[in-house]
Design a protein around this ligand. Structure first.
Ligand code: SF4
Length: 75
């Protein structure tokens, strides 16, 4: 979440919670939020590998600050 820009760098659980909760849809239930968490975690496992990022194929690329910087040649 830090690379996407949704959570601040060097964040902890509390800071990540405080950054993310305001941007999630109000109508989402705890189950929806849990499912979202698992899906984002899965994106990281599939598309963001330390040896090679697959940002071009990542479903989060349009909302990701890292991908936007990479497209401009800045990482
Ligand atoms: S676009 Fe790249 S950096 Fe951003 S979430 Fe996807 S894999 Fe990670």
């Amino acid at each position: 979440m830090q690379r996407t820009g949704f959570a601040p760098k060097k964040t902890d659980t509390t800071r990540a919670y405080n950054a993310l909760m305001p941007v999630l849809p109000e109508e989402w239930s705890a189950g929806d939020i849990d499912e979202h968490h698992l899906l984002v975690k899965r994106v990281g496992q599939v598309y963001y590998r330390p040896s090679m990022q697959k940002c071009d194929a990542c479903p989060m690329r349009n909302d990701c600050q890292y991908a936007a910087r990479a497209a401009k040649g800045k990482r």
